[in-house]
Design a protein around this ligand. Structure first.
Ligand SMILES: NC(=O)c1ccc[n+]([C@@H]2O[C@H](COP(=O)([O-])OP(=O)(O)OC[C@H]3O[C@@H](n4cnc5c(N)ncnc54)[C@H](O)[C@@H]3O)[C@@H](O)[C@H]2O)c1
Ligand SMILES: O=c1ccn([C@@H]2O[C@H](COP(=O)(O)OP(=O)(O)O[C@H]3O[C@H](CO)[C@@H](O)[C@H](O)[C@H]3O)[C@@H](O)[C@H]2O)c(=O)[nH]1
Length: 437
């Protein structure tokens, strides 16, 4: 392989990228400042849940192509191409993204660079960040290092991160030189035929926030329809199905329910609005305020429906919550709609017991005040109301009779429109869902 790669930041994105690149045949050195994370990764232990990734990680470690470190000196010395996979979370109390982790990584890396290399940002950033970081690299890298920056936003989805890395829909690269384009084309060559858009820094940064804004808008569109369906006694699931047959609309991202959460869509649309404001283009994105508001209203509506089924108050009511992760097949609880609802109900006096097949440990750490069950049936035991908030397959396959034997009252709100309503009603459950009669 022509290049030695490094990946800086081994969170959800970085560890996936590092392990998959090693699987493609590259020698990869991945770095994190979290020494405990690096210790676990060296032992072949994945600190996150991501289907198929642990196998790829272990294959990389076994082949000797994948290594982990906490040393920036080692990374600077080793790599021809350095990928940046640092977090860009929402700033506390603001809409804007916190890009300081990227700055810190450049400050740690650049002074140690000694030879020609390409630094490739993969994080999701406010437009203008790449240009700013390129200046920073020019200031901090020793003369002769010939360190250049490129931007290469990542589009993988959690729960499908490995497939998305090996078979992306497209690759977008923002570059300032033919050399940078050539290097990145070669790096991604083992992926085979993938559409590649080669552009400038600003456009590459904007593609990413535009894509997430579009996805968020699509979800909020169908959830706005769900609100109208509720008022008109119509069925949003059938409405979405009918829309989906139109090729121009398509059926993906039209699942109405509790709305979007996670470490990406909510913070990315807010950061996009904040950045547009700084650029004097805030009017262009005022619709995203509505997208955000519709999304957050779904959580409030879920709590209202649960209270209605509880008889008007949560006092003395036991609520069984199925799901803690922001989506199935992930342990990620960042801005999880499920936990948001569980916490609100608990604050309003409900006795809440949560179960999730994978995200339980993360949920426990973040919300020790809630009770947790070790199985779905344990979370349902004695419940007056059951809430399905993350559509894990295990919950979709729950037998309504078996679940019915565990609860105090057969009442359920399907927050993800994932259950077979007629099967649950036949089993004597009072079944309600968001956006359906
Ligand atoms: N999670 C996803 O599915 C996904 C997909 C596409 C894009 N993104 C974007 O990728 C970026 C990373 O997201 P994530 O979910 O992987 O975040 P994360 O919080 O899971 O990972 C960030 C990692 O960086 C490490 N770190 C912090 N400061 C560091 C430093 N100075 N040097 C080295 N490591 C440091 C942290 O310890 C952590 O392991 C974000 O911009 C996000 O928006 C994420
Ligand atoms: O029809 C749908 C589809 C999704 N969701 C919810 O939307 C959220 C986000 O889901 P998804 O987009 O599948 O997960 P992420 O892993 O957050 O991926 C998004 O964010 C990543 C980080 O930027 C991008 O790389 C991906 O392309 C983009 O899909 C979750 O809470 C889902 O439950 C719905 O409510 N209805």
């Amino acid at each position: 392989m022509p290049y030695r790669l490094t990946v800086i930041g081994t969170g959800y994105l970085g560890v996936t990228h590092a392990a998959c690149m090693a699987d493609l045949g590259y020698d990869v050195l991945a770095l994190d400042i979290d020494a405990e994370k690096i210790r676990r990764l060296r032992n072949g232990e994945l600190p996150i849940h991501e289907p198929g990734l642990e196998t790829v990680l272990r294959r990389g470690l076994g082949s000797g192509r994948l290594r982990f470190t906490t040393s920036y000196e080692e990374v600077a010395e080793f790599g021809d191409v350095h990928f940046l996979a640092l977090g860009t979370p929402q700033k506390h109390g603001e809409y804007a993204a916190d890009t300081s982790y990227l700055d810190a990584s450049i400050e740690s890396l650049a002074p140690h660079l000694t030879r020609e290399c390409l630094i490739v940002g993969k994080s999701t950033v406010p437009v203008g960040t790449a240009a700013r970081l390129a200046d920073k690299i020019a200031r901090l890298a020793p003369i002769g290092a010939q360190a250049e920056l490129a931007w290469n936003p990542e589009f993988l989805r959690e729960g499908r991160a490995v497939q998305d890395t090996f078979a992306p829909d497209r690759i977008v690269i923002g570059v300032r030189s033919e050399r940078a384009e050539k290097v990145l084309r070669e790096v991604y060559e083992p992926l085979g035929e993938v559409p590649m858009v080669v552009t400038d820094f600003a456009t590459s940064e904007l593609v990413k926030t535009a894509a997430n804004s579009f996805l968020a808008t699509k979800i909020s569109f169908i959830n706005a329809m769900a609100e109208v369906c509720e008022a008109a006694h119509a069925d949003v699931r059938q409405l979405a199905e009918a829309l989906s047959y139109d090729d121009r609309i398509g059926g993906k991202f039209l699942n109405a329910g509790l709305g979007f959460g996670g470490g990406c869509l909510p913070k990315d649309i807010r950061a996009f609005m904040a950045r547009a404001g700084e650029l004097g283009a805030d009017q262009a994105l005022t619709f995203l305020r509505e997208v955000d508001a519709i999304n957050m209203r779904r959580r409030a509506r879920m709590v209202d429906l649960a209270r209605e089924l509880a008889g008007g108050s949560f006092q003395g009511c036991t609520v069984g919550v199925l799901g803690a992760a922001f989506k199935p097949d992930s342990d990620d609880i960042r801005d999880s709609p499920a936990l948001d609802v569980a916490v609100t109900i608990s604050q309003q006096g409900g006795r809440v017991t949560v179960y999730d097949p994978i995200a339980l440990d993360n949920a426990r750490k973040a919300h020790p005040q809630l009770a947790y069950g070790e199985s779905a049936l344990e979370a349902l035991r004695g419940a007056h109301v059951v809430l399905l908030l993350t559509e894990w397959q295990e919950f979709v396959e729950l037998d309504p009779e078996v679940a019915g034997a565990a609860v105090a009252q057969r009442r359920i709100v399907d927050g993800r429109n994932a259950l077979d309503a007629s099967a649950w009603r036949t089993a004597g459950w009072h079944y309600r869902a968001l956006g359906r009669p």
